[in-house]
Write a protein that binds this ligand. Structure first.
Ligand code: DCP
Ligand code: CA
Length: 400
């Protein structure tokens, strides 16, 4: 089964404020703010609004829409409750983001009835307990189940019977196949391929010459073949935080203050998971949207804000010395994570930092992230808005 909640952020807002029901609603921010639509209600989509559209365009197309800022904690809570309902039906649950999951219910029919009955029961529980609508696709593989749930939206339920995968996919457009983005769609159009059926019939060699090894996957998926298992999540392989500036900037003190803030967010999550990182990466997006990432490997694993920040800063300085453009987005991440303690002896200054991190984490856990702030981030005071989660920039990506 693939289960996906309809108009997720918006629907959560409508449950909390029923006056919004049945109206064009946009979550993402007020239209005078720079930013994009995160979620649009189906009523808003009727005006051509979609996720990723600039808010300013959205307000032009649909001035009567209600624009709301939204708040990540609400969606996270709804997501937890959604996943808990699914977990009642099978332990083979693979969440894909907040509002979407694969669930392998094979073998649980004797408890819950047919798979279709299970899907009906899941939808009912989500409606009764969360007030939300879910769309469900049932099929013998992940890719077909996902296409089925997408196609069934909103409030849908679509089952593709065993053996009917190919004929189900055949009439759909290639863009409806997960993994086919705008670029691949253009390449395929150039080859005269518009439907998944045509794609399925294309010789494998041609696909390989255009898409490399991904060509094999595309070929299989187009033919309804997908042997990926539903895999309950392992441990996070990387942690990152990023933010888009209200206005593109070259101000190195603003960039470094933001980098410090993001490093602290990454560091505290790293320590919360009881892990250390070997690799630090910096991400920058410039005014013209070109995006770069640069990494550095540490000589020893670390979980300290200071180490993450120092490595990020070095990479930033190097990059800015060559870049001429203003920066639109900055992000910092850690990868190559390992669990547990440092084996080498820490020197006195490392020990001091470690104690400092522990103290800061404790204060933040008790009083919120904004309860304590390092000098380096003071510059951001005016830019940061605050909410019940603590100090966050007004972008959802940062509130996590
Ligand atoms: N989201 C976002 N920015 C995007 C796309 C999505 O912030 N560019 C957020 C808001 C969505 C949520 O993720 O509510 C889930 O994304 P979906 O693509 O599943 O979209 P919706 O749930 O809003 O609508 P649908 O009914 O099409 O699933
Ligand atoms: Ca959704």
């Amino acid at each position: 089964m693939h289960i996906d909640l309809d108009a997720f952020f918006v629907s959560v807002e409508q449950v909390l404020n029923p006056e919004l029901k049945g109206k064009p609603v946009v979550v993402g921010g007020k239209p005078d703010r720079r930013g994009v639509v995160a979620a649009a209600s189906y009523e808003a989509r009727a005006f051509g609004l979609y996720a990723g559209m600039p808010l300013i365009t959205a307000s032009r197309l649909c001035p009567q829409a209600v624009f709301i800022e939204g708040g990540f904690p609400k969606y996270r809570d709804a997501s937890k409750r959604f996943m808990a309902i699914l977990a009642d039906f099978s332990p083979y649950l693979e969440p894909m983001g907040l509002d979407e999951a694969y669930l392998d219910v094979t073998g649980f029919e004797s408890i819950h009835g047919s798979i279709r009955q299970m899907a009906v029961a899941i939808k009912k529980r989500i409606r009764d307990e969360l007030g939300l609508c879910a769309s469900v696709g049932i099929a013998s593989s992940k890719v077909v189940a996902k296409v089925a749930s997408d196609l069934s939206k909103p409030d849908g339920l679509l089952e593709v019977l065993l053996g009917e995968e190919r004929s189900f996919l055949a009439p759909l457009t290639v863009a409806q196949l997960p993994g086919i983005g705008k670029k691949s769609e253009r390449v395929l159009k150039g080859l005269g391929i518009n439907t998944i059926g045509q794609l399925a019939a294309l010789p494998l060699g041609i696909l390989k010459s255009h898409f490399g090894t991904a060509g094999v996957i595309i070929h299989n998926h187009a033919n309804g073949i997908d042997d990926r298992k539903v895999e309950p999540p392992g441990e996070a392989k990387s942690i990152s935080r990023e933010t888009t500036f209200g206005k593109d900037t070259r101000d190195s003190s603003l960039l470094s203050a933001t980098l410090r803030y993001l490093s602290e967010k990454v560091g505290s999550e790293l320590r919360r998971q009881g892990k250390r990182a070997k690799c630090i990466n910096l991400k920058l997006r410039y005014a013209d949207f070109t995006t770069i990432t640069r990494q550095q490997t540490l000589s020893q694993t670390s979980d300290s804000d200071q180490t993450i920040f120092d490595a990020g800063c070095k990479l930033l300085k190097k990059e800015l010395s060559t870049g001429k453009q203003a920066v639109r987005l900055i992000g910092i991440g850690v990868a190559s994570l390992v669990r547990g303690q440092q084996l080498d002896m820490l020197d006195a200054s490392d020990m001091r930092l470690e104690k400092l991190n522990i103290a800061i984490d404790r204060i933040r856990k008790k009083y919120g992230f904004k309860a304590i702030q390092t000098g380096r981030t003071l510059l951001l005071k005016d830019i940061f808005s605050t909410n019940d989660e603590g100090s966050t920039l007004p972008t959802p990506s940062l509130s996590r």
